[in-house]
Design a binder for this molecule. Structure first.
Ligand SMILES: Nc1ncnc2c1ncn2[C@@H]1O[C@H](COP(=O)(O)OP(=O)(O)OP(=O)(O)O)[C@@H](O)[C@H]1O
Ligand SMILES: [Mg+2]
Length: 366
């Protein structure tokens, strides 16, 4: 798939922009703080319905304005498509695909598939489990719309159970109702764990090959999905096992006044040559693991959808040395790429590049 055109209104430091792209590589060049990352963010927003930055959506609206409007027209499976996201200061966002307003975000996800590589993605290794769950959840949601619905159902039940756990202090009789929520959590939770285990296995089998290539056959990347003490080999009884653990931890959850057992607390641990990357990996090794995982993600999108995802590469020159960058570019020849760089950087020639000089939220005519 490829993006043909972007139109922005009041998006971060852009008042108004309308720009058409190359099917191959698009390079956003400019000094710091001109709006290069913002442009990548606008693409991500139209693909995933939210920002890749951990921000409040209102921050995206240009300061002083009341709304923000982003439209992206693209070609997917040979068809012309348009995703549109409008954010407002005083009401909920509205999302359209081909001019049809959507009721749920899950209807948007997967239409325009993106893989993003930014310096912040190092959080995938360095930060807490949330970042790794987010990586997996975003990946699975883009190829399995059903997964996003289950996840959202799970989160709704979780919210209600957490409220109940707080209310029990004042009304101990409510305790009897916990099992109702637990059985629903176990139902959705078991599905979530199965999806995540299947996908992490797939990601790792691809990432392992990629990582061996990048590291000259010296580093073996492995990993494992970590969940509460549920027997993962026993897939058929995952739900029952989850219920059992929830029951065993009931008193503890009441004491803590929050739900601490379930896939919302799970994690993925990555290893290089059997050593935990988060603890023992050097900065460069951690970055390379992220790169391997992202390239594996791209391969999964292709094998699942038959189309290459859009790649968003922010500031990778500061992230990767020349040989790693060259490896990356050799792997992404067949995708449409959006890449940012400052003046001094040089991007490898891919053929068919289009350069855009970004100046203060504008792309002045050359
Ligand atoms: N809601 C907003 N309204 C107006 N301007 C904004 C808003 N949010 C961010 N900005 C501005 O956008 C600019 C940053 O844009 P961006 O992050 O895209 O820069 P960049 O070109 O990627 O720079 P760098 O090379 O430093 O990464 C900043 O000047 C920031 O103040
Ligand atoms: Mg930037």
């Amino acid at each position: 798939m490829y993006i043909k055109n972007i139109s922005l209104k009041n998006f971060r430091n852009y008042s108004s922009l309308n720009v058409s792209f190359s099917r191959n590589m698009n390079v956003f060049i400019g000094a710091n703080a001109q709006g290069k990352t913002n442009l990548l963010e606008s693409i991500f927003l139209c693909a995933m319905g939210k920002s890749f930055k951990y921000v409040s959506e209102k921050e995206i609206i240009k300061i002083g304005e009341k709304f923000s409007d982003v439209r992206i027209s693209y070609v997917s499976e040979g068809r012309d498509m348009e995703n549109r996201v409008c954010l407002f200061t005083d009401k909920k966002k509205v999302v359209w695909v081909n001019d049809v307003p959507l009721h749920k975000l899950s209807e948007l996800i997967g239409k325009l598939t993106v893989v993003i590589f930014t310096p912040e993605e190092l959080s995938l290794i360095k930060d807490g489990p949330f970042a790794r769950r987010r990586f997996l959840d975003m990946l699975i949601s883009q190829v399995r719309p059903k997964y996003m619905r289950i996840l959202s159902d799970y989160n709704k039940v979780l919210e209600r159970k957490n409220k109940l756990l707080k209310d029990i202090v004042l009304k101990p009789e409510l305790k009897e109702t916990i099992s109702i929520w637990n059985s629903q959590l176990a139902e959705y939770g078991a599905e979530i764990i199965k999806y995540r285990m299947d996908f992490i296995k797939n990601v790792l089998s691809k990432a392992e090959k990629i990582h061996l290539e990048i590291s000259g056959n010296t580093e073996k990347l492995t990993g494992k999905y970590k969940t509460a003490d549920v027997n993962l080999k026993d897939r058929e009884n995952l739900r029952e096992n989850l219920i059992k653990i929830l029951e065993e931890n009931e008193e503890r959850e009441i004491l803590l006044r929050q739900a601490v057992i379930g896939p919302h607390r799970d994690d993925v641990i990555f290893y290089l040559n059997d050593k935990n990357v988060k603890i023992f990996g050097s900065q460069g090794q951690q970055r390379t693991v992220v790169l391997s995982l992202k390239l594996a993600q791209k391969e999964i999108f292709f094998s699942e959808t038959g189309e290459n995802p859009i790649l968003l590469l922010d500031d990778i020159t500061g992230e990767l040395d020349i040989s790693r960058r060259e490896y990356l570019f050799s792997k992404i020849k067949d995708s449409q790429v959006f890449i940012t760089c400052t003046d001094s950087d040089r991007t490898p020639e891919k053929g068919g590049e289009k350069y855009f000089r970004i100046v203060n939220g504008n792309i002045p005519e050359r």
